[in-house]
Ligand binder design. Structure first.
Ligand SMILES: [Zn+2]
Ligand SMILES: [Zn+2]
Length: 329
């Protein structure tokens, strides 16, 4: 797609977004059976342009990345659950007598390496892929793994990946849900719980109820500032609320797999929530005082948040996300 076409598509999408509203209920009953009753209505921006823009942006962003040097690390989480780290979002793995289930699958060029790491864990078949949301660093391997496994995700993941109803295309989730869903596999119930718009409008948290492990997807960046995809249906206040709900409802002693960052527990999730509340509070105050984004950036954040910077998302970008998200009508 040419730059001009891309710009036109972005402008068109932005105009459409401004004309749309969204609302979501509180995610009561997270990690409990009552979340089956969690109801949401979400006017969806079904824009082919948006999908094209997002896919292109992802492709451009990762075109320079040299995947040949990436190694896949396997980390034991609890009982039969493992976490794989390579490049992109952390992968959760359920290993057992019924075979394998994975949560997210990073980038397409890493699929062979991920497959080799999975074979090391268990020679059984990969039966299911769960996607925490639609971003390419979590769904890039879908086309590869979806040849044999069933891909399950929230309906908006499928829509955001460009899948119309009944359409067959490599990499699309073939089982979709609106609120929550359970997979009964390897001796436990694996609950997939959709949350209101936060990181995107397609986010789910995955609870391995037997192993007591929660995969948060990009609703949790451990020890670093998160990306919030405002163009992909994300919402700053919704993001913070979702994390706050997860903090409250997290089962005792649960292990927490973040979308990005090291394997964590309630402690790191609490710290993440504190960071979100404090830094967003600083920006809220500045907005109320009439400060511009440039002024907010010039003021910066207290030095205690310096260590939360990641190479891809520093203080300045985080302030930009907060400012844009909090001033949006
Ligand atoms: Zn991610
Ligand atoms: Zn993401």
């Amino acid at each position: 797609m040419k730059t001009q076409t891309l710009l036109t598509a972005q402008v068109e999408f932005e105009n459409r977004r401004k004309h749309c509203s969204r609302r979501g209920n509180e995610a009561e009953g997270l990690f409990t059976p009552s979340c089956a009753s969690l109801r949401r209505r979400l006017p969806f921006l079904n824009s082919a342009c948006l999908t094209a823009v997002l896919l292109l942006q992802t492709a451009v962003a990762h075109a320079q990345q040299d995947f040949s040097k990436v190694e896949i690390k396997t980390i034991h989480v609890a009982k039969n659950i493992y976490m794989l780290q390579g490049a992109g979002g952390n992968i959760g793995v359920s290993v057992g007598p019924e075979g394998l289930l994975i949560v997210d699958d990073q980038f397409a060029p890493l699929a062979d390496k991920i497959e080799a790491a999975l074979k090391q864990l268990n020679p059984g078949k990969l039966k299911f892929v769960l996607n925490t949301h639609f971003h390419g660093d979590h769904t890039g391997g879908n086309a590869h793994f979806g040849r044999d496994a069933h891909i399950i995700a929230h309906a908006n993941v499928r829509k955001r990946l460009g899948g119309g109803a009944g359409e067959t295309k490599p990499g699309l989730p073939i089982i979709t849900f609106d609120d929550s869903l359970s997979v009964h596999f390897n001796g436990e119930e694996i609950r997939v719980i959709h949350v209101p718009p936060g990181h995107t409008d397609s986010d789910s948290l995955i609870h391995f109820t037997g192993a007591n492990v929660v995969h948060m997807g990009d609703s949790f960046f451990s020890g670093r500032f998160p990306n919030i995809d405002l163009g992909g249906g994300g919402d700053v206040r919704g993001y913070i609320r979702n994390v706050g709900e997860a903090v409250k409802k997290l089962p005792p002693d649960a292990k927490v797999i973040p979308g990005h960052g090291p394997l964590s527990t309630a402690k790191e999730l609490n710290e993440f929530h504190e960071m979100l509340v404090e830094t967003s509070g600083i920006v809220e105050k500045a907005i109320a005082a009439g400060k511009t984004l440039d002024q907010v950036k010039a003021d910066g954040l207290p030095s205690k948040w310096k260590s939360w910077e990641a190479p891809t998302l520093g203080t300045s970008r985080w302030l930009e996300i907060l400012y844009q998200g909090l001033t949006r009508k």
